[in-house]
Design a protein around this ligand. Structure first.
Ligand SMILES: Cc1cc2nc3c(=O)[nH]c(=O)nc-3n(C[C@H](O)[C@H](O)[C@H](O)COP(=O)(O)OP(=O)(O)OC[C@H]3O[C@@H](n4cnc5c(N)ncnc54)[C@H](O)[C@@H]3O)c2cc1C
Length: 512
């Protein structure tokens, strides 16, 4: 069932069993898990089925620290969320991402990769991934022309699989609208979370829209699935009963914001031209990237970082993303990025690399960021049109990230030399160890993570190992805000996996 919250009577009271806030990949996968159950699910989406700039403007915010993509355009505020413009690259977080690493403070998820694996497998249908085969050897057996680089001392070939990319909006609209027990409210922006007097249970959610309507939503369990910036913003802004914000007794909400820095860090010059076919993007077959072995990360005490390769002549023709994705309009940014890509390829099929031989390749590192309390989301004094303080993002990277980046590229260089395969030219900012600047075109990865981090210890995490906000018995956060650490690969497969895991947990709790 679909209800436009602009069209119903002002001050409506909406009741259900489960209230999910946000209809992106996280919120929609949870809603679909509850379809055809005896429970009434209220799904609140701030936007509509189509892009609406007045709604999108609610995401506008300031940024300090390292430059990142503008807050207004880095996430889509509409049904389907940012799956409306994601790239569809999927891979599992490595076992080491979940482990406690002595050299990465606050590392260690409350569960292991093996624990999450059954949930990863359940993501295949949601994300339309052709198969969940992440073993490089299996792909090489299928096609012996897929040859990984011989950099085997410190690296291994990390496999990517591809989602369509699935646009959750168009794909799931009819299913959700026709589901008898799911009540989707569009133009229903959650603006406040109210609790009981003792602030240990949510009593209702306030929703508003630009038509001037305000409604209240009452349920037994509430799940925030608005992604990392908005989840933490809403908790911080819900400060009428808890002056520091909900779940924020230990001043952790909004902190430990992480992104994957995408860094053009050097060039690989081969002795003999090669297509490096296995490293080139060509769905549906797998693509690999150079991933650092866990033992190397431990030995060098560095963060994870995965290196992709793209032909240098092509890469040089593509303007940096920090330039093409610099405006507030996500549709224009997407168009500019796609057109620049297409133009660089001489208007040949967009995003598909030819398997031509090349002598040189750009090395682009997608770098894990260590949990850092100073990297954070805060509230501004400026309010949006619905009266909610806007977000400020302070993205802070430190010496640890810089050192890790340098080590990764140095190691690629060493292995290229030792194997007789070629040489690596480091970006100039990496040549002097004391230089803490990042290469010129370092951008974010659009992968907002970590502002309501999971940790069973309330002194170290906003949520417990399932995603329940510490101290509040019926409030959960879902998605990448819960990530304890950020891994080395794009997050959405893991977002959907942890969301399904949370959904199962709440089902068990309700049954109990
Ligand atoms: C250009 C781009 C490319 C990307 N490429 C990849 C990729 O290749 N691989 C990958 O893994 N990831 C990629 N990502 C990241 C991916 O888009 C996100 O990980 C994913 O969308 C997160 O899903 P989510 O449901 O948690 O959040 P979102 O997709 O942001 O959805 C949140 C939903 O909540 C709604 N909402 C927000 N606030 C409120 C509120 N107060 N009240 C009601 N509703 C609200 C929003 O409208 C939205 O529908 C990319 C992102 C971008 C921007």
């Amino acid at each position: 069932m679909h209800i436009d919250a602009r069209q119903i009577e002002n001050n409506s009271r909406i009741e259900g069993d489960i209230c999910i806030i946000g209809a992106g990949p996280s919120g929609l996968s949870i809603a679909l898990e509850w379809m055809d159950t005896p429970y009434k699910v209220i799904l609140l989406e701030g936007g509509g089925f189509d892009y609406d700039d007045k709604v999108q403007d609610l995401f506008k915010g300031k940024m300090t620290g390292h430059s990142n993509f503008p807050l207004k355009s880095a996430r889509l505020h509409m049904f389907g969320g940012s799956s409306g413009h994601w790239g569809g690259m999927c891979s599992t977080f490595d076992p080491i991402a979940f482990q406690k690493r002595d050299w990465v403070p606050l590392s260690g998820w409350p569960f292991s990769q093996a624990d999450l694996m059954p949930f990863y497998m359940r993501c295949q249908n949601y994300l339309d991934i052709q198969d969940m085969e992440f073993d490089s050897a299996v792909w090489q057996k299928k096609d012996p022309s897929l040859i990984p680089l011989p950099f085997t001392k410190n690296f291994w070939p990390k496999v990517w699989r591809f989602s369509g990319p699935t646009r959750f909006g168009p794909k799931y609209k009819d299913t959700i609208v026709n589901a008898k027990n799911i009540h989707l409210y569009t133009y229903a922006n959650a603006t406040d979370i109210k609790t009981n007097d003792t602030v240990n249970s949510v009593s209702e959610i306030t929703v508003k829209n630009y038509a001037g309507k305000t409604h209240s939503v009452v349920a037994k369990h509430y799940i925030l699935a608005c992604c990392a910036i908005q989840n933490s913003r809403l908790l911080l802004a819900s400060n009428k009963q808890a002056p520091k914000g909900l779940g924020n007794d230990n001043d952790l909400v909004g902190r430990h914001f992480m992104d994957h820095a995408e860094i053009h860090a050097g060039e690989l010059w081969l002795n003999e031209p090669n297509s490096l076919k296995y490293y080139m993007y060509k769905p549906p077959r797998a693509k690999v990237e150079l991933a650092m072995k866990p033992e190397t990360q431990a030995q060098l005490q560095v963060l994870n970082g995965i290196t992709s390769l793209s032909p240098l002549d092509l890469d040089k023709k593509i303007p940096p993303l920090s330039k093409t994705w610099s405006g507030d309009d996500p549709r224009k940014n997407w168009k500019d990025v796609s057109e620049a890509d297409l133009k660089a390829r001489g208007n040949k099929i967009k995003r598909f690399f030819e398997s031509k031989e090349h002598q040189s390749f750009e090395l682009v590192v997608r770098l894990e960021q260590a949990p850092n309390p100073n990297s954070r989301v805060l509230l501004d004094t400026e309010l949006d049109t619905l009266g909610v303080p806007r977000a400020i993002l302070h993205w802070d990277m430190t010496e640890v990230e810089k050192r890790s980046l340098r080590k990764i590229i140095e190691l690629v260089g060493k292995e290229a030399g030792l194997s007789g395969f070629g040489r690596v030219k480091l970006d100039k900012s990496l040549r002097d160890e004391k230089n803490l600047d990042f290469p010129e075109h370092t951008s974010g990865g659009w992968h907002h993570m970590g502002t309501t981090r999971m940790d069973n210890d309330p002194k170290r995490g906003v949520t417990d190992g399932n995603g329940k906000v510490h101290g509040i018995d019926n409030l959960y956060t879902a998605g990448s805000s819960n990530f304890t650490t950020g891994g080395g690969v794009n997050p959405t497969l893991t977002v959907v996996a942890v969301s399904i895991r949370l959904s199962d947990h709440i089902k068990e709790k309700i049954k109990g």
